[in-house]
Design a protein around this ligand. Sequence first.
Ligand SMILES: C[S@@+](CC[C@H](N)C(=O)[O-])C[C@H]1O[C@@H](n2cnc3c(N)ncnc32)[C@H](O)[C@@H]1O
Length: 269
Amino acid sequence: MTRIGPSRVRWFHGGRARILYNLISWHLRNATDLRFMNYGYAEEADAGNDGDQTERLCARLYDAVVASANLAGARILDVGSGRGGGALHLLRHHGAEEVTGVDYSARAIEFCRRVYENENRLSWLQGDAAAIPVPDGQFDIVTNVESAHCYPDRRAFLREAFRVLRPGGWLLHADFTPQADAPSGHVSALASQVTRSGFQDIRVTELTQGVLLGLSLDAKRRGDEITRRFPAPVRPVARLWAGLPGSWIHRDFASGRRLYYRLSARKPE
Ligand SMILES: C[S@@+](CC[C@H](N)C(=O)[O-])C[C@H]1O[C@@H](n2cnc3c(N)ncnc32)[C@H](O)[C@@H]1O
């Protein structure tokens, strides 16, 4: 069993998480077939496809996050776009008109510019979620998947999401909570921050069970990728990061000490 010590709770939060993602982007710079960095999501109907060796369940998480919205013809900003698989999925499978990915990691942005250079309706910006380098009111939808746990100032991100959306535009956000005995308190505090940022029509849905199912269906692929791509000394941390069954992050989800949720909210007309 991997033991990270008492500070483990903060490993995936704040600035340390950002450093971790940057290191991973560097390490996987030539792995052009790995295009997501999220825990994935599944429903019972997905269980029959567990031999699938692709990142299908990571794309399914994006499907779950945007399920309440109509993306046809939408201009989307994906904040914390990582390796770009989510942005491409929204373009190809949800009818988006164009998707801009913004990520703090220069390495992730360099990867996306290289891998998607022929996709002219995708564009990539290096920038901070707390100071997004785009003008006001440019986007119909802001997506934000499994990235906000890294932000030192989540309120600054919410202000920025509000600013870059057009009136009537939607914020579609998903993330996991820090480990806590009552993680639902974290989600309620977030919903209050979203309201104070000016949004309305806020809906929160818990996704933890679907994320756990996704992680177990995808465990073999994730484990094989880690063995194939990472040197032995790094594999225990990579298994943790990947949320494999047996890792403490997986146990936190299973025990209810950590929740995975999605939130949608609309900027008033
Ligand atoms: C777990 S990955 C998720 C990537 C992508 N959304 C996905 O689902 O595959 C989190 C991403 O958030 C990015 N990130 C962290 N802090 C950020 C910040 N302050 N501004 C923008 N992006 C940030 C990281 O660089 C990383 O690419």
